[in-house]
Design a protein around this ligand. Sequence first.
Ligand SMILES: N[C@@H](CCC(=O)N[C@@H](CS)C(=O)NCC(=O)O)C(=O)O
Length: 204
Amino acid sequence: MKLYYSQNLNPRVAVAVARHLESPLEFVRVAPRDPAQEDGFRPINPNTLVPVLVEEGRSLWETDAIACRLAQLAKSEFWRTDARMPEMLMWVSWSNQHFTLPASTHYFERIVRPTFSNVAEDPARMAKDLAAFCKYAGILNEALATRKWLVDDQLSYADFRTATVLPFAERSGLPLGEYPHIVRWHAQLWELPAWRDPFRGLPS
Ligand SMILES: N[C@@H](CCC(=O)N[C@@H](CS)C(=O)NCC(=O)O)C(=O)O
């Protein structure tokens, strides 16, 4: 079983899940949007994006699907399968659609784009996305005020997924310090080696 990854937002989450669950797989570092690799990568994922899990010749793309499969293989409740699953999926969906989406513009403009282009960021777009991020950060902060972890006070995939952008928040210029419960919750995640340093020992 192979997990194709890069060090960007979504594959970071997939690698962290694999590390957390101690999944028996080979990590393969790729750059699927590099013109030299793109055509060769298409049979593995027609979207030419990572992460991708290849198991017995079958490809599974999308971070959430990969996390689900790895937890299934590990027989772990990290991906809830009981009555708590809808609540876990609520956070997974919410973070993908609302919290992480505007934050990922900051991530892209401040961390990724400067590695290949010197086109300046669009201030209007950045301001709009920052306002959206702050709105949803307020909602998350409020939710975390009364709980240790997002689902039933035990670590789950909802915590990893909702925190997708947080390791990059400071460098992306996202004002995380204004949300003390998010800061406390992310500090808890940071205590987990799989979350803090998922790429440890892997090619960068
Ligand atoms: N919806 C996909 C998004 C995957 C995606 O956007 N991957 C980006 C990284 S965040 C990618 O492959 N970019 C090219 C690269 O990292 O080389 C998922 O959740 O896995």
